[in-house]
Design a protein around this ligand. Structure first.
Ligand code: FRU
Length: 535
């Protein structure tokens, strides 16, 4: 645990006009150009995993074993755009700080190593275990470029590899592939789960715009069980990176199955996004719950995160029952612009690891997500304020760099007595770059606005307009939690009921946090600003 300081700060007199609203004059801006910060200093996140160098996309093969959380990832070690895929590897004892390890899986003559999963085969059902060593089995997609270039459709197949040293080194199975391609063009991203009830391995696979369910007793021989996905969910893009797991509905004995499906484009705010379905799985078929079906939005979908930068996320396997959490991580980017984001040395980071929770309120199932609790072990300083009254129409500073180091923050507050008004929160810097977010309670939506957040010109699809999420609660107050880490904001409203994750690239570090309402005076209660320290 880091040193823990609590500051109580008087906010009177902090009302100033800042760059969020008013553009600074040319003179102001030119005066602020000082020593140029390196890409590392300005853009490398402190607590979101990034590879030391080069390209990364989806999280893969996550499992927990002997005190370590393993995270593999789609990795191209020879360039900063997508290329021949490997599985990179990182480990962590708390899912917050990561140590990068040597590459785990290299492409070979059968193809590139696309996304997949890993399980700990404690009972040695696969027979790969030797000398009492418990094997870990990874299942991934081989993507054969030659076949693809040849115009064949059957260029993706499923394969396995095993590790006898807890995931550090891997041996590919000699009889790969274990599932050949049945003439389906997009046929990938196997996620294996242990079905306790039916005592067998279940695997979900994205196949075109459907999910295919398979089962196996030994992780080598797989039988097709069923398909799911026709006429349900968003179908604007190819389906990718599924996950399936059982969850207890919070506060009840009810168990439901959750199916996660990423969709390449057609998210709520366009581009890549991840949808989920709540239903039942009988060991063969997944059926969507009728109550859940009624809740789908106009895209016929339900989204795990409404921001533009949480894709291809799945859960960790082998979390001990004594822990019992469903732990999730996503890729914090979007295929619309991932290869163009303005970092050279590395490209992309992961989201913060999140705990998923399933709730049912007024017949409405919801998959909520909150940052893993381990993040609070890194709090190095806290600024608190019980109650702040904000005068309408005035940009009001909540804190600035004199009080807090803005590199990594975990902020919480409550808005009481919600008014029919727009609440705009703003992080900004001396160049006038601003990342804004909040609630439009006239039109009932949350938003993130990164249109003037710094470097936005690298892609027309990065910030053409604000991103939105529906605000549906009937409560009169709103709880807000957010994480800021140099180039990303992750906002969790009402304990993760609605989540928005987005990245941004300011020209200078963020140094102030402020708020403004338009037509009503507003109250912010229980503001807690935690500075996080990872040194
Ligand atoms: C999702 C995805 C997967 C695929 C991988 C390739 O982002 O397209 O479907 O396995 O990336 O890198």
């Amino acid at each position: 645990m880091k040193e823990f300081k609590v500051l109580f700060v008087v906010f009177i007199g902090l009302i100033i006009t800042i760059g969020c609203k008013e553009q600074k004059t040319k003179q102001d801006v030119s005066n602020t150009v000082e020593t140029k910060l390196s890409e590392e200093q300005l853009y490398r996140p402190n607590f979101h995993f990034t590879p030391k160098a080069n390209w990364m996309n989806d999280p893969n093969g996550m499992f927990f074993y002997n005190g370590y959380y393993h995270l593999y990832f789609q990795y191209y070690p020879d360039g900063n755009v997508w290329g021949p895929m490997h599985w990179g590897h990182a480990i962590s004892t708390d899912m917050v700080t990561w140590v990068e390890k040597p590459i785990a899986l290299y492409p070979d003559e059968k193809g590139y190593i696309f996304s997949g999963s890993a399980v700990v085969d404690a009972d040695n059902t696969s027979g790969f275990g030797k000398g009492g060593k418990i094997p870990t089995i990874a299942m991934f997609t081989y993507h054969n470029m030659d076949k693809e270039k040849n115009g064949d459709v059957n260029f993706q197949s499923q394969a396995i590899a095993y590790s006898l040293d807890e995931g550090l080194t891997w041996e590919k199975y000699a009889d790969n592939p274990v599932i050949k391609n049945p003439n389906i063009k997009d046929f990938r991203d196997p996620k294996v789960v242990w079905d306790e009830v039916n005592e067998k391995w279940i695997m979900v696979l994205a196949a075109g715009q459907e999910i295919m369910f398979y089962s196996s007793k030994n992780l080598k021989d797989w039988e097709l069980l069923s398909n799911f996905g026709e006429n349900i969910g968003s179908h604007d893009g190819v389906w990718e990176c599924p996950d399936l797991f059982a969850m207890q509905v919070e506060g009840t004995d009810e168990v439901k199955w959750v199916l996660i499906v990423s969709v390449g484009k057609g998210g709520y705010n366009m581009g890549s996004a991840t949808q989920y379905f709540v239903g039942d799985f009988d060991g063969k078929n997944f059926t969507i719950d009728p109550d859940f079906k009624n809740e789908l939005d106009t895209n016929n979908a339900s989204w795990i995160d409404y921001g533009k930068d949480n894709y291809a996320g799945v859960t960790w396997s082998n979390i001990p029952d004594t822990d019992g959490r469903k732990l999730f991580i996503g890729w914090m980017s979007n295929w619309q612009y991932a290869t163009k984001v303005p970092t050279e040395k590395w490209r992309s980071s992961m989201t913060v690891a999140r705990e998923l929770k399933l709730t049912k309120t007024n017949n409405k199932y919801q998959l909520k997500s909150v940052p893993v609790k381990e993040i609070s072990n890194y709090i190095s300083k806290t600024v608190k304020k019980n109650s702040i009254n904000i005068e309408k129409g005035k940009q009001t500073l909540l804190t600035n760099k004199k009080l807090i180091d803005f590199k990594s923050l975990d902020i919480q507050f409550t808005i009481k007595n919600l008014k029919e008004d727009t609440y705009t929160f703003c992080f900004d810097n001396k160049s006038g770059d601003a990342i804004k977010f909040g609630l439009n309670n006239n039109e009932q939506f949350f938003f993130i606005d990164r249109m003037v957040s710094g470097n936005v010109s690298f892609s027309e699809e990065f910030a053409p307009k604000i991103s939105k999420a529906p605000f549906t609660t009937t409560e009169n107050e709103l709880e807000v939690r957010l994480l800021l880490d140099k180039t990303s904001i992750e906002i969790f409203y009402n304990n993760g009921e609605t989540v928005m994750t987005e990245i941004f690239f300011p020209k200078n570090p963020i140094e102030a946090f402020s708020v403004q309402s338009e037509n009503f005076n507003i109250e912010i209660e229980n503001l807690i600003i935690n500075e996080l320290n990872f040194n």
